[in-house]
Design a protein around this ligand. Structure first.
Ligand code: FE
Length: 213
């Protein structure tokens, strides 16, 4: 890289700035910016591709899609059955799918709680949940989710009764598990949109539960 060739100035934007903000950048952001600059400068990737990917992650993928799937399953038992039988086909009905899909849906019930990990790396159903959070990729989570899952859940604020069976699923690039949370009581009159608003990412990884606000 040369001193008179600054990428922020050349392209007029950076993926890490918000307009008018010049806050201190984290080590991670600095590393990502350096990597982006090096890839662009060496012709490995074009900024358009980065824009496309960023847009996909912010709009086309994300937990709002997963929440939509859960809300539909809660309100349409035939859809729920299709979702459990063939997750990929069922989410495709809602226009969701693509890169890093291969989903298999596991259902929470009052007697069974499911929790997802990728012990090897960070396999995760991108179309339904977006990119995994940092803790999901951490060695601590990847090992402890298997060795002491109830203790991990407790740290996430999930206190399971001893009588509840806990199933831990190890995702891979072939099969990415997705938790269908149990529908809470008191939501009987809610619309699909209202239900979807209750469901967050952790509930669909199994490190959270759905509760009423
Ligand atoms: Fe993985």
């Amino acid at each position: 890289m040369t001193a008179d060739h600054d990428h922020d100035d050349d392209h007029g934007h950076s993926h890490y700035d918000t307009p008018g903000s010049r806050r201190a950048r984290s080590q991670l952001e600095l590393r990502a910016m350096a990597l982006e600059a090096a890839l662009v400068e060496n012709g490995v990737i074009h900024t358009d591709a980065i824009d496309f990917f960023t847009d996909a992650m912010e709009h086309r993928f994300g937990p709002h899609h997963g929440a939509r799937v859960v809300a539909r399953a809660w309100t349409d038992s035939a859809f729920k059955q299709r979702l459990l039988d063939d997750g990929n086909a069922a989410v495709a009905e809602l226009g969701i799918g693509g890169l890093e899909g291969n989903v298999r849906v596991v259902e929470n019930t009052p007697g069974t709680h499911n929790m997802v990990v990728c012990t090897l790396c960070s396999c995760y159903p991108w179309p339904l949940l977006g990119l995994p959070p940092l803790w999901y990729k951490s060695f601590a989570y990847r090992s402890r989710a298997v060795a002491e899952p109830r203790a991990v859940l407790r740290e996430f604020g999930v206190e399971l009764d001893d009588s509840v069976r806990l199933q831990v699923w190890d995702s891979s690039s072939e099969v990415r598990y997705f938790v269908l949370p149990d529908r809470p009581e008191g939501t009987e009159g809610m619309s699909e949109d209202e239900l979807a608003a209750l469901i967050d990412r952790n509930a669909m990884i199994g490190t959270g539960l759905v509760s009423l606000p």
